[in-house]
Ligand binder design. Structure first.
Ligand SMILES: *[C@@H]1O[C@H](CO)[C@@H](O)[C@H](O)[C@H]1NC(C)=O
Ligand SMILES: *[C@@H]1O[C@H](CO)[C@@H](O)[C@H](O)[C@H]1NC(C)=O
Length: 242
């Protein structure tokens, strides 16, 4: 009986981790399964070996008001090119990454069935994003909701006004966490730590190992909890059988 229980536990957690380490979320433009995409464009190119985005998505990720989300970056004057490149990178990361499994959550939204929550970002990526945008303007803290979409593109809602980036987001942390309603979690881990996800990288994708680390840690907690839950039940069962 113990052997069966142990094998079941091992099997289910093994299958779970394999799935979650190479997976595409069920959202608006993601492929069903990750795979090679030799034609990925410019800033999305680092995901060519294994991606959840198509070449089309990678091109559109670089355009204003693209067909992807029809999102208007220039809602408070034209966004600077140095700031914009971080949003392009953020789009590539969101659309292309096959390593977001540990942070995928089911949501009830018209445009997607799953989202990411609290993906731990490397400190350098969050800081350089904020530094490059800090002279830009915006009217909203959470860019996921609350826009005036009546014209077909997002405009600042009537009760808002354009303010300096640093007034809306006093710190890199407030920007990274609030801008996409906690899709990202600020961390003080650096890119070399293996404990945070990188928006910007060259060469082979470093994020698979990070996802594996977080998955294994979370799973240990789950297995302990499950064992703690099941042990008393099995103990009393064997007492009853005697
Ligand atoms: C991407 O696909 C969409 C939908 O099929 C299309 O409207 C758009 O023109 C394509 N973009 C590029 C750059 O090919
Ligand atoms: C990637 O390579 C480019 C060009 O060599 C360099 O400017 C950039 O800093 C590198 N980025 C990272 C994250 O290593």
């Amino acid at each position: 009986m113990w052997f069966v229980l142990a094998s079941l536990l091992a099997l289910s957690s093994g299958a779970l981790s394999l799935d979650q380490l190479n997976i595409c979320m069920d959202a608006k433009h993601h492929k069903k399964d990750p795979g090679p995409e030799g034609q990925l464009y410019l800033q999305c190119a680092p995901w060519r070996d294994n991606a959840c985005c198509t070449a089309n998505t990678s091109i559109e990720a670089h355009d204003d008001n693209s067909y992807l989300y029809n999102f208007n970056w220039n809602h408070c004057g034209v966004m600077s090119t140095q700031c914009k490149k971080h949003f392009t990178q953020d789009t590539c990361f969101y659309e292309c990454s096959p390593h977001l499994g540990p942070w995928i959550q089911i949501v009830d939204q018209s445009w997607r069935k799953e989202r990411i929550l609290d993906v731990p970002l490397c400190k350098e990526d969050c800081h350089s994003w904020w530094e490059d945008c800090k002279n830009d303007y915006t009217c909203k803290t959470d860019w996921h909701k609350g826009w005036d979409w009546s014209s077909g593109i997002n405009k600042c809602p009537a009760n808002s006004k354009c303010r300096k980036w640093t007034e809306v987001y006093p710190t890199p942390q407030s920007m990274c966490e609030q801008i996409w309603s906690n899709s990202y979690l600020y961390t003080t881990h650096s890119k070399t730590s293996g404990r945070c996800m990188q928006l910007w990288f060259n060469g082979s994708n470093p994020n698979g190992k990070v996802a594996e680390y977080y998955l294994n840690n979370a799973q240990q907690h789950q297995s302990f909890a499950l064992t703690a839950l099941l042990l008393p039940a099995f103990a009393s069962l064997s007492v009853m059988m005697h």
